[in-house]
Design a binder for this molecule. Structure first.
Ligand code: HEC
Ligand code: HEC
Length: 154
């Protein structure tokens, strides 16, 4: 292998190891989390909330936005770790850093859709939210068709 090929290979590897763009976020791949947190809505990427929010959410699963999302203790411990490890302020990468930059030091939101970072990117006309397929703001895939893959471009 010549030097240029080696360089290209090195660059290629570097590029594929990075997220596709600054707006993509590491998708949830853990099977248990996909199952437990993808049952009623898409499994939201942990990068959109700080670790303290995920901890608060996991502590209150029996009353989760009016639903009971409780699960066995061993499963909950596993899911909690996946969420906390990938959170905005831990493994959340660039998108996580953007979420944190705008969040107050003590803010512990349970809704991604109420974080300043989200609100800033979603100053959309009311007619957009009112489209019948949207149903609720948290229905990311209605507008971001590759949301579950962590791709939020356009
Ligand atoms: C039994 C159904 C159910 C399960 C299971 C469930 N959720 Fe939810 N979740 C809901 C409902 C209902 C809402 C409120 C949706 C809305 O108002 O748009 C919600 C909302 C959320 C939101 C806030 C969305 C926003 O507005 O930004 C997050 C974050 C969330 N869930 C994470 C999780 C996680 C993490 C798990 C797994 C531990 C989970 N959910 C499991 C039903 C569920
Ligand atoms: C009603 C449609 C709609 C819904 C629902 C929606 N979004 Fe968006 N989102 C948009 C639009 C339109 C933009 C582009 C705004 C811009 O680039 O200024 C955007 C931008 C974004 C961006 C920034 C991407 C970039 O290129 O800068 C992220 C991240 C994002 N959305 C995440 C989410 C998440 C997470 C959810 C669900 C909790 C969600 N969105 C729900 C319409 C939506």
């Amino acid at each position: 292998m010549n030097a240029i090929n080696r360089l290209l290979l090195a660059l290629g590897l570097a590029v594929t190891a990075l997220p596709a763009s600054a707006d993509s976020v590491r998708p949830v791949t853990d099977p248990l989390t996909l199952q437990a947190c993808g049952e009623c809505h898409m499994a939201f990427q942990p990068a959109f909330l700080p670790a303290r929010s995920w901890t608060r959410m996991m502590d209150g699963l029996a009353d989760h936005f009016g639903d009971n999302a409780a699960m066995a203790a061993d499963k909950a411990a596993h899911v909690r770790k996946v969420l906390v490890d990938g959170a905005a302020d831990t493994g959340g990468g660039k998108v996580g850093a953007k979420v944190m930059r705008r969040l107050g030091p003590d803010a512990t939101p349970l809704r991604i859709t109420e974080t300043p970072g989200f609100l800033r990117k979603h100053r959309l006309p009311a007619s957009e939210w009112a489209r019948p397929e949207v149903v609720t703001k948290s229905n990311c895939p209605a507008c971001h068709v590759r949301a579950e893959k962590g791709d939020y471009e356009d």
